[in-house]
Design a protein around this ligand. Sequence first.
Ligand SMILES: [Zn+2]
Length: 649
Amino acid sequence: MKLPKVCQILGEYVAFDFEWDNTTHIMLAASFVNNLGSKKVYLNSHSEIALLENIKAELLEYSWSIGWNSNTSFENNNNGGTSNGGNLNDIANDNFIADDVQCDLGVLYERCETNGIDNIIFKSQKGSRAYYSIPGLYHIDLYQVYNKQMVQNTIYNRAYRTHKLDDVSKALLRHGKFKGLGGKDFLKLSIKDRKKYSLRDSELVMELSKHSNFEVLDAMLAISEITGLDFERVCRTNLTTWWGVLFDQMIQNGECPEPFNTFDRESVKYKGALVLDPKQGLYHNTVVVDAASLYPTVSIHSNLSFDTVNCKCCKNNSRAKVKLNDTFFKGCKFISKNKCWICQKREGAFPKKLKIFRHERLQQKKLGNGAKQLALKILINGGYGVFGHTKFSYYNPMVAELVTTYGRYTLTKMQDIAKKLGFHIIYGDTDSLFLNNPPSKITLSKFQKLCKEKLDIENEEKNTYNTLILSAGKKHYIGYENGLVAIVGYEGKKNDRCEFVKETFNGLINSIIKNNTNPIPALEKAMYTLESGKVDPKLLKKSIRLGQNPKDYKSQTCQAAKIGRAVGAKKGELVEYFDSNIKKTGRSWSKNYRHIDISKYKQSLWNSVSEVLEITKYPVNELAEKFDVRTIKRKNNNDGHVMQNLPAV
Ligand SMILES: [Zn+2]
């Protein structure tokens, strides 16, 4: 295998991890693993100063070092990378004040100061956040790389859900922290195990940096080459920074004018993608066609950019008007049919750059340059979203909303073409259509050909589901393809479901869709096990992560606010509880397993499986009666579109 370019930059480099006492911050251990396999662990056995000196000496050995949660404190960081993951992309977090230092280099800085010894760490302040660096040396906080949404989505296809070292490692490396333990268990371990525990964290960080032949870091390096930003800086910044620099350069080179429209930087949501009402049911042979990079394509096609929308030169040019039907403007927040136009005289900076990147990407693919190709893909696909981000220096919500509006237009036209060819459309979302029982392979290629001719859109066959269970709720379906079950949308908001319910749900899905067996006996067994009180309490624990401090919730009666307040939890913390009976215990929740209300768990289990059972024609009313649970009427969301949340940048 060819040695990735990033290896030349990094040379001999080291991954490190420190353990410290969560309350006193006294340094307890440190481990170092270099890329050639050398491993070292230091414990605080007699003196913290001796340990600190060893750490400093190790760090000074290498030009490049990497860590996990190492150079700035994110919300909920626990000791040594057991972070529950504050989201770097969440702009609200920019206001987060890290009064408690929770990153390796920060604690090292603090302990050197406290002990009155030489400090090799430099502390700097950006906004409300403190950053720690080693002057003269380079450092990458790998957490900030893996936390990037485009890394999660474009490179890893959402393989990991949280940004804990343990979760990311398990998802990508198939193994996690030492015995699955967390930092709080450290002092309970034997000396031998403390060494192993500490070492494992550094090993994981090193392995992640090398994962898939340095794929991620190599892509970051390629982005640094494309944008001209420092490699180190690329690792800790996002698309808004990268595209900002690209546009800065274009302005400097006289390739485009400065932005001429200004907007209030309030985060008002703009109208997003079109999501069709799903036709609830059980289907066999469903093809999902997907418009390849829809948003970049419409941006190029319609010349959408900060320097073309409502330009000075074409205000009175009737050809510059947006030629879309009135209906496409319904519900838009920033654009309207008569108040916006697109420049006819100049090609916009954004489409210009997109075209160059697309062309370049094809070249790089041919050359077999995976990293460059991937970097370009990240820039191309993430490009449109930055315009809707208030922190972006070229913030222009009109551009963002025009992009999604042309996207809705395109999906609508794709439907027209599909219908004319006799396809049965059962669902569609943003850039994809679900076509049940396509008339023939030939009609499918005809569809693709017409989309190309009329809309200049390439359509790919993304999935062919042998079996598909389509929920009445949008963005919820279960597909079975080539022996694999894809459960889409059932986990997001339902993470308050306990493990027992999740396991039973998954078992039921497998038995229906994969094994073609009767799922009812297993469901009955689960219900009876619940009733008999024989379920392991761990599997019945529910959890909520607090999105805010309890006092800041708009609804003070919501579960999160109530429980959070009662247990004194703060924003970002995970609160665990059991459902209990308010009549018996005075509360609808309890920390005590003995207060558990089994009927609530039965209902929760039933709610999670009943629609699937209904779709697959099991006698739901009869079963509900038998299990003594209520059948629920599902609310159908008939709104034809979703509002765009702040984009992932
Ligand atoms: Zn113009």
